[in-house]
Design a binder for this molecule. Structure first.
Ligand code: PLP
Ligand code: ZN
Length: 409
């Protein structure tokens, strides 16, 4: 039983059958999944959702599958908690963390999108899956492709962190490092996707893949007690996650699970790759592609596919955008670790740093409630901080040596 009716062009509104396609033949606009909300409204109640297993498929009526899900049955439903120590340091009233740094099985929010994309790839009858990735998507496609029984080709820029490379290779997939940045990788993948009958999760399956990000938003609403927060700070690479969290709030509104949401959406980018924030600050709708140069490699997309739509949401919800320098990113990572015990990757450092800035600038009021989006795990980006943490204390195995250290402190 499927509640996803068709695909629809976001620009001209033309309707397409549910197939592995992603652009409108008429206007080249991106395609998006449309649902029968009237039908969903009748079956998807809070009670129904809460009675289901704690994974992202508890919202399956709002995901674009026609059969029962087959991939990612342990993904999603990650921790959500109040960050009292962090709020104290930032001198504000209430901060919540949605923590996908411990998502299953590959420690980032990408396990959500891949669960949906590969379940869909199975339905379409593909045998080979592939992706263009800044790192985390590579890890997730690699892992899930094995458990789901696909052949797998993963394309990455060659300068990725060592952990992100090993965390793909461990699954025995074909990992192809391209001499270029993500935008070069993506361009090549577009070409490969048009030639080979493969399921490219973020190319020809992008409309389905992107829907998986909505579950991050659904969970925030459920874990907050069936309401939306006043503010949310979201990191952006292509901008897809931000647009889909917004869509998730609107869908829960539409099927009557929550009252009207007026969450302000704020976007966080690295100063070395901030095409969306730059356009916002310059008050132009045109997003100029950039050449990324930042330690936040998971966010290093210079030509963001959903940049325009992300910008639109930020403006219409009354949100803002800010950037974080490499140094601020490192400080953000450390601050989150020292206050909340969460070791996030560079993208999380960007979010913490940007949240701090927006509070200091008065763009987020100190007595208003904020959700920060932690989307990846610090174990994967250790080289970014290895010279920036405390020095290791090495001693001989005797009490004298230890007490010498104690005295020195
Ligand atoms: C991919 C990724 C994002 C952002 O993805 P979008 O392309 O904007 O949807 C954010 N954080 C981490 C850790 C990621 O890997
Ligand atoms: Zn169109």
């Amino acid at each position: 039983m499927s509640y996803a009716k068709s695909l629809k062009c976001r620009e001209c509104g033309r309707i397409y059958e549910k197939k592995p396609i992603y652009v409108c033949e008429w206007c080249f606009g991106p395609l998006e999944v449309v649902y029968d909300y009237e039908k969903i409204k009748k079956v998807l109640t809070k009670e129904r959702i809460m009675s289901r297993k704690e994974n992202l498929w508890r919202y399956k009526e709002l995901l674009p599958i026609d059969q029962e899900p087959t991939v990612g049955l342990n993904s999603g439903f990650t921790p959500f908690f109040e960050a009292k120590n962090l709020a104290k340091v930032l001198n504000c009233k209430k901060i919540f963390i949605k923590d996908d740094s411990v998502n299953h099985p590959t420690l980032s929010f990408k396990d959500r999108v891949v669960a949906v994309a590969l379940s869909k790839a199975k339905e379409f009858g593909f045998h080979t899956v592939a992706c263009a990735s800044t790192g985390n998507l590579a890890n997730s496609v690699s892992s899930h492709s094995k458990t789901a029984g696909f052949d797998c080709y993963v394309f990455i820029p060659s300068d990725l962190e060592k952990s992100k490379i090993i965390s793909s290779l461990i699954y025995g997939v074909n990992l192809i490092a391209i001499d270029g940045n993500y935008d070069d990788v993506n361009r090549l993948c577009g070409e490969i996707a048009s030639k080979y009958k493969w399921a490219f999760v973020n190319v020809n399956l992008r409309p389905y893949y992107a829907e998986g990000s909505k579950t991050y938003g659904f969970e925030i609403v459920e874990q907050l007690g069936w309401r939306t927060p006043q503010h949310i700070v979201v990191p952006a690479a292509s901008g897809s996650l931000l647009t889909k969290i917004y869509k998730s709030f609107k869908e829960f509104e539409q099927i009557g699970l929550i009252k009207k949401s007026n969450t302000k959406f704020h976007i966080a980018q690295a100063s070395g790759c901030s095409p969306i924030v730059t356009a916002l600050k310059e008050k132009t709708e045109i997003i100029k592609p950039v050449k990324p140069k930042t330690i936040a490699k998971s966010l290093a997309i210079g030509n963001p596919a959903d940049g325009f739509y992300a910008q639109d949401i930020i403006k219409k919800t009354g949100g803002f955008g800010e950037v974080a320098t490499d140094n601020e990113i490192i400080k953000g990572i450390k601050l989150l670790a020292e206050t909340e015990g969460v070791f996030t990757e560079t993208a999380g450092g960007v979010v913490v740093a940007v949240c701090k800035k927006l509070i200091e600038q008065g763009k987020i009021k100190r007595d208003e409630e904020i959700v920060i989006s932690i989307t990846g795990n610090g174990l994967k980006t250790q080289e970014a901080i290895e010279d920036k943490v405390n020095k290791l204390i090495k001693i001989k195995p005797d009490i004298k040596s230890f007490e010498k250290v104690l005295k020195g402190r």
